[in-house]
Ligand binder design. Structure first.
Ligand code: ASP
Length: 343
């Protein structure tokens, strides 16, 4: 029996065309995308589509859209072998990260893809990305279970774990990187799967659970030279903030100035959850390496290890949506929940 795939089209460059009046790129409907890729019909895969209304530039993505995506996947879960999500590249890593935490006991592929050039233009990267994403979403292993039952991003011949990916080029076709985890698959003449690192359940057949309650009271503070106590206090200690991702230098270091540490402690005493995530593109937080890191640890910062900021945000939204207990959230933050950190 041939595989069946649901393509969920949310918007993004892949499905945009130039407005003849103002020249700006605006989304067009799915039938036009499908019409641009006749190769899809040669696949022997049954494909249906679901189109978001309105279609969005992914810069407008909201957690409510992740909930909607999760609900569509839950509703259609038994009807399809896999899901391909067409999404703008700007926030694709945020959406894929968030979904990886929201889809519990996922046993089917959810492959995000998009493109740097609209699908209708001659040099588009959208066709390759879409065709390979469909192939991966329908691929089965020798055990007849899906080859990659994870939330992933397929882009420029590489399949990346969604919660390890980050957009790193605004221009290259090779727009995404996963600096701390090799690709789960690479597409050449054949698609080569890196089976050692693909996460597959030990026992199959659990029902999918979708988390729909997210707590978004998170801020991000990028530590930088010249930061003032006033700005830092307003980010860390604001009444609407429950957690802060503190983007630090190198292996998790920051200022050793007393005012800086005082504000960290003050936020800690207010019960805020503070996560240490490195500004470096690769490598991990290790707060035991330098004295400044050690002081941060003693002041209550939780290590994000090698998590990306995108994944830290999704992880916090999900954990905080599950519990009001900040100390439980802190404990869970340091655990590897769905392949987002190396431990
Ligand atoms: N601004 C677009 C979006 O993220 C860019 C893209 O799709 O590549 O929706």
């Amino acid at each position: 029996m041939s595989a069946s795939i649901l393509i969920i089209y949310t918007g993004g460059t892949i499905g945009m065309k130039q407005d003849p009046v103002d020249g700006a790129l605006k989304p067009f409907d799915f039938s036009q995308i499908a019409g641009e890729v006749p190769e899809l019909s040669k696949f022997g895969v049954r494909m249906d589509s679901y189109t978001f209304d309105p279609l969005i530039d992914s810069s407008d993505v909201e957690p409510s859209m992740w909930v909607k995506l999760g609900e569509i996947i839950r509703e259609k879960y038994d009807l399809y072998d896999g899901f391909v999500v067409l999404h703008g590249t700007d926030t694709m890593a945020y959406s894929a990260s968030a979904l990886s935490f929201m889809l519990k006991d996922l046993e089917k592929p959810v492959v995000f893809t998009g493109s740097q050039l609209p699908i209708g233009v001659p040099r588009t990267d959208g066709k390759e990305n879409l065709i390979s994403a469909v192939e991966i979403a329908s691929a089965k292993g020798a055990d007849s279970h899906p080859m990659v039952p994870e939330v992933t991003i397929f882009f420029d011949a590489k399949l990346l774990r969604g919660n390890r990916a980050t957009k790193y080029s605004a221009e290259a076709f090779n727009a995404f990187a996963s600096p701390d985890l090799p690709p789960l698959a690479e597409a050449g003449i054949n698609i080569r799967y890196n089976t050692d690192i693909i996460r597959r359940p030990s026992v199959w057949g659990k029902p999918l659970k979708v988390q729909t309650k997210l707590d978004t009271r998170v801020s991000i503070l990028k530590v930088h030279p010249g930061m003032t106590p006033q700005v830092m206090r307003s980010v860390l200690c604001g009444p609407e903030t429950r957690a802060v991702i503190v983007e630090t230098y190198g292996s998790g270091n920051a200022l050793s100035k007393p005012w800086f540490l005082d504000i960290i402690r003050e936020a800690g005493e207010m019960g805020k959850i503070l996560v240490n995530v490195t500004q470096c593109k690769s490598g991990t937080v290790n707060m035991d390496l330098y004295a400044t890191g050690r002081t941060l640890k003693l002041s209550g910062l939780v290590s994000g290890y090698d998590i990306t900021t995108e994944a830290a945000l999704g992880k916090l939204f999900s954990l905080m949506g599950k519990s009001d207990d900040n100390s439980w959230v802190k404990t869970m933050l340091e655990k590897n929940l769905c392949g987002e950190i190396t431990q």
